[in-house]
Design a protein around this ligand. Structure first.
Ligand code: S3P
Length: 182
């Protein structure tokens, strides 16, 4: 199924880039966090506080399974922890092209230091927490990604343009490979 899936750490710009891409490609934008909040009628922070992270992770997997039942092409932005859950790897690959928006820990810190909607970063030392999580997650994001874009010094428009360009390149290469194999 050929959706474009945006993965990457919290604060890397998945939502803003997703909105821009969705205009450019005229594809619907879905965001797993928003889908879960809508279904649960509670915010992500409330879900973490009452049910805990493990329950939230199950909701994320369920959400991917539901998305796989639709045939519509979409831009799909997924929560920063979703892609690193081994249960989700096959589901993500089946959903489409995986694009990793790679942001440096300092970029993430500067963008999220005053944000209180990310339960995992509500600690005494968010900078350290970002680094710890990033160290664990980065190898997984990199392994999963069909396309990686380093976003630190790019505008949202530039990132969206780059995704469109690289996605076209991937599709053309795939077609050429199919012809060679025939
Ligand atoms: C999380 C990232 C958040 C949200 C939740 C957990 C994570 O989404 O799913 O707070 O584990 O990195 P964003 O990446 O959209 O901030």
């Amino acid at each position: 199924m050929h959706n474009i899936i945006l993965i990457g750490f919290m604060g890397c710009g998945k939502t803003s880039v997703g909105i821009r891409l969705s205009y450019r490609m005229r594809w619907v934008l879905e965001d797993t966090d928003r889908l879960i909040e809508r279904k649960q009628k509670r915010s992500i922070s409330e879900i973490f506080a009452t049910d805990g992270e493990a329950a939230f992770r199950q909701m994320e997997t369920k959400c991917l399974e539901e998305l796989l039942t639709s045939r519509e092409k979409r831009i799909l932005s997924v929560g920063g922890g979703l892609a690193v859950n081994p249960q989700n790897e096959t589901l993500l690959r089946r959903l489409g092209t995986i694009v990793h928006l790679k942001a440096a820990p300092e970029t993430v810190y500067m963008r999220l230091k005053d944000d209180d909607t990310r339960p995992l970063l509500q600690t005494d030392n968010p900078r350290e927490r970002i680094q710890e999580l990033m160290d664990k997650r980065l190898p997984v994001y990199e392994r999963l990604a069909d396309i990686t874009i380093e976003v630190d010094h790019m505008t949202v428009d530039e990132v969206a343009d780059e995704i469109v360009k690289r996605q076209k390149g991937l599709t053309e290469r795939k077609k050429a490979d199919e012809i060679t194999c025939d």
